[in-house]
Design a protein around this ligand. Structure first.
Ligand code: 5PR
Length: 379
C-alpha cells in the first residue's frame, strides 16, 4: 500500500460511494473530510443486494465478518410470472449477500471513523472548481488535492462544473420498503414455500404490478414494488393496499406492513455524463452514473468505482493527478457504461420477468474484481 501522508481529499456526500472513497483514501494515507448535507448521518433507503465486485472491496477493508453477521444469502433467486415459478437461480460461483441499506451504511460509517475520516453532517457542498476548491452553503471554501463528488443524482458538484449529461427515462418505477419478515404468516398462505428465497413476482394481467421480495436478514424484508408511472393507484405511496393485495394475495401479510410505511416512488432512469472528471474533481455513484436497478448494480458500481478512484489518485504524483483521473475513467468507465445499458434494457423491456438473467455478459459487473491489480492486463 502506498502511504502518502500529505494528501488531502474533500468529499461531498456520505452515501455508499462517498464513504467507500473515504475509507479507501484514508487507508492509503490521505487525510479525508466527508460533507453530508443531511443533519444526521443515516441512510434512508430500504434494502440492497451486493455482489462479488462490492464484497471484494469490503473484504479488502476487513469488513466481511461484520457484513456477514448482519446480512444473508438467499438460497435461490426465484422469478415468478402470475405466481408461477419460471426460474430458480442458485447462481453457483457467484458471491452475493442481501442486507438493509441502513445496516450497510452503519458498517461503512463506522469503518470510515476508525480510519480517521472526518465526517461533517449538516454541511452542504454547493460547488467545486477544477483546481480542487469546494464551496459550502455557508460560503466557506476549502482546498484539496482531490475533490470527490459523491452527491447523488442531483449532484451540485457536477452541475457547478458545467458537466453535461443525458437522462433517459423508462415507463416504470419503484417504491421500496423495509418490513418485518412475517414468515409464519406467509407460510400459512403458501405452506410449501420457505420464504427465504429472493423472489421476483411479476404480474402482467390484469395489471402490471411487480413485487421484488428480498429477505435482508432474520428479521427484515426488503420489498420493492414496481408499477408504471402512469398507474396512479399502483404508484401511490403509501401504497394502495387493496390494489396490491388483489394482484399479489399471497403477499398480504407483508403488503399490510408496507402500507404502514412512508416511502417515495422513483421513476427508473439512466444518467450518462460527458465526462466523470474535471481537473482535480472526480464524480462517483449516482452523481456520475445513476442507473436502473434491474441488475442490482447501482450501489455496486458506485462502490467499485469509488475504490478504484482512490487507487488511481493514490498511485499518481500529485502534479499529475488530473491526468490520472482521466486515465481512471478511461479504464473503469466502460464496465459501468455497459451495465447501465443492460439495466436500462431490462427496465424498458421488463425482461427480468423471463428469469435466468444472472448468466453470461450480465454478470460482467457482478464478477468484476476492483481489488485485482491485474484486472486490466491484456490476455
Ligand atoms: N433488483 C433489485 C432491486 O432492488 C430493484 C430491481 C431489481 C435488487 C429495485 O430497486 O428491477 O427494480 C428493479
Amino acid at each position: 500500500m502506498t502511504v502518502t501522508p500529505s494528501r488531502h481529499a474533500e468529499i461531498s456526500g456520505a452515501g455508499f460511494a462517498g464513504l467507500t472513497a473515504a475509507i479507501a483514501l484514508a487507508r492509503r494515507g490521505w487525510s479525508v473530510r466527508v460533507h453530508e448535507r443531511a443533519d444526521q448521518l443515516r441512510e434512508q433507503g430500504a434494502g440492497i443486494v451486493l455482489w462479488h465486485n462490492t464484497l471484494k472491496v469490503l473484504e479488502d477493508f476487513g469488513l466481511i465478518d461484520e457484513i456477514n453477521a448482519g446480512s444473508m444469502t438467499p438460497p435461490f433467486y426465484e422469478t415468478r410470472v402470475q405466481n408461477k415459478i419460471v426460474s430458480d437461480e442458485g447462481m453457483p460461483g457467484i458471491w452475493w449477500r442481501t442486507m438493509t441499506r441502513p445496516f450497510l451504511h452503519s458498517v461503512l460509517a463506522g469503518a470510515a471513523r476508525r480510519e480517521g475520516v472526518e465526517i461533517v453532517a449538516g454541511s452542504e457542498v454547493v460547488g467545486a472548481t477544477e483546481e480542487g476548491v469546494i464551496r459550502l452553503a455557508s460560503g466557506a471554501e476549502l482546498e484539496a488535492d482531490l475533490v470527490v463528488g459523491a452527491d447523488g443524482v442531483g449532484s451540485s458538484v457536477r452541475d457547478s462544473l458545467g458537466i453535461d449529461y443525458e437522462r433517459q427515462r423508462s415507463r416504470d418505477g419503484i417504491s421500496r420498503f423495509l418490513v418485518p419478515r412475517r414468515k409464519a404468516d406467509l407460510q400459512k398462505i403458501e405452506p410449501g414455500t420457505d420464504w427465504d428465497n429472493m423472489i421476483d413476482f411479476w404480474n402482467f394481467d390484469p395489471r402490471v404490478l411487480r413485487v421484488l421480495y428480498t429477505p435482508a436478514n432474520d428479521r427484515e424484508l426488503y420489498l420493492a414494488l414496481m408499477a408504471p408511472a402512469d398507474d396512479v393507484e399502483g404508484s401511490a405511496v403509501p401504497i394502495d393496499l387493496d390494489v396490491w393485495t388483489s394482484i399479489h394475495p399471497q403477499l398480504t401479510p407483508v403488503l399490510e406492513e408496507a402500507a404502514k410505511v412512508e416511502g417515495k416512488y422513483f421513476g427508473y432512469q439512466t444518467t450518462r455524463l460527458e465526462e466523470w472528471t474535471r481537473g482535480r474533481v472526480a464524480l462517483v455513484g449516482d452523481a456520475a452514473h445513476a442507473m436502473c436497478p434491474a441488475l442490482a448494480q447501482g450501489g455496486g458500481c458506485a462502490m467499485a468505482n469509488a475504490y478504484t478512484l482512490a487507487q488511481a489518485a493514490s498511485d499518481a504524483p500529485l502534479s499529475e493527478l488530473p491526468d490520472a483521473l482521466v486515465e481512471w475513467e478511461r479504464l473503469e468507465r466502460p464496465y459501468t457504461d455497459r451495465c447501465q445499458t443492460r439495466s436500462q434494457h431490462y427496465a424498458d423491456t421488463r425482461g427480468m420477468s423471463q428469469g435466468n438473467q444472472f448468466v453470461g455478459e450480465n454478470n460482467e459487473t457482478t464478477l468484476y474484481d476492483p481489488t485485482d491489480p491485474h484486472r486490466h492486463d491484456v490476455a
